[in-house]
Design a protein. Structure first.
Ligand code: ADP
Ligand code: ADP
Length: 227
């Protein structure tokens, strides 16, 4: 299980307040969406959770345990960006397997095989495992990026506008698939977007962030989207 709580989190860059007194709880296995315009503080919030930025103020809890000072690599929190930075000359299998081969998580060949196959099935790319990244479509590459982030079964899975750069048709398809994937993975997910259709179709719960502050939190039925 993994639930995550932010209490009074604030983060400044010089005189610019990126996050101001953020309070929220994401429940175990929930698909939690953070929605807001460019500059709202969405990426900063994910970076604080992932440990890339230390908050100026406030506390982070994972399963009730304070973790402000836990190193990013010890948090087992996976993050996916819109730019996946895959290794282009390696196969899909090698790309997904790479986190399991790092010195810290040196897994056996059998475990690697099993885990890569498991996530590849969920992402529907198990037929592509021997292909090179350079031979894949954008949508397929995106799945490989997700697979690499998910192969270690993270406590919390953070996604920062992962489908923004796909064309409209593929975005539509990926919305449905991301929702299904998240159910099958059983991983607490925080998803950042500035697209209200994504927010509505994916979120069990949605927080609207604006100028570093949470303006609303609720289920898709509770939230009011204004133009
Ligand atoms: P969003 O992801 O919602 O577009 P960000 O979290 O990227 O918003 O940015 C929130 C605010 O913090 C913006 O005003 C942005 O300019 C500022 N900011 C973000 N990262 C940095 C940084 N590394 N250095 C200085 N200012 C930053
Ligand atoms: P290890 O300590 O196990 O070598 P690495 O992160 O260096 O860990 O490599 C893990 C896998 O990631 C490699 O087997 C390879 O498939 C891929 N990889 C790592 N670094 C690169 C790179 N610079 N270019 C291409 N592929 C890489």
């Amino acid at each position: 299980v993994a639930d995550i709580t932010l209490k009074s989190i604030s983060k400044k860059f010089k005189n610019n307040t990126a996050l101001a007194n953020i309070n929220l709880t994401v429940r175990d296995k929930e698909f939690f969406v953070i929605f807001g315009p460019a500059g709202a503080g969405k990426t900063t919030l994910l970076n604080v959770i992932a440990g890339l930025y230390l908050p100026e103020y406030g506390n982070l809890y994972l399963n009730g345990v304070y973790f402000n000072y836990v190193e990013p690599e010890d948090r087992n929190i996976a993050m996916v960006f819109e730019d996946y930075a895959l290794y282009p000359h390696f196969t899909v299998f090698e790309n997904i397997a790479s986190p399991l081969k790092s010195p810290k998580y040196k897994e056996s060949k059998a475990v690697i095989e099993k885990e890569v196959t498991r996530v590849a099935r969920i992402l529907k790319i198990d037929h592509l495992l021997e292909r090179n990244i350079s031979e894949l479509s954008n949508g397929q590459r995106q799945r490989v990026g997700l697979g690499r982030a998910l192969v270690r079964t993270p406590n919390v899975f953070l996604m920062d506008e992962p489908i923004t750069h796909l064309d409209a048709k593929l975005r539509h398809q990926m919305r449905a698939e991301l929702k299904e994937m998240q159910k099958n993975l059983d991983t607490t997910t925080i998803y950042v977007t500035h697209d209200y259709l994504e927010a509505l179709s994916l979120g069990d719960e949605i927080a609207i962030l604006n100028e570093g502050k949470i303006e609303q939190i609720g289920t898709p039925d509770d939230i009011y989207f204004y133009p």
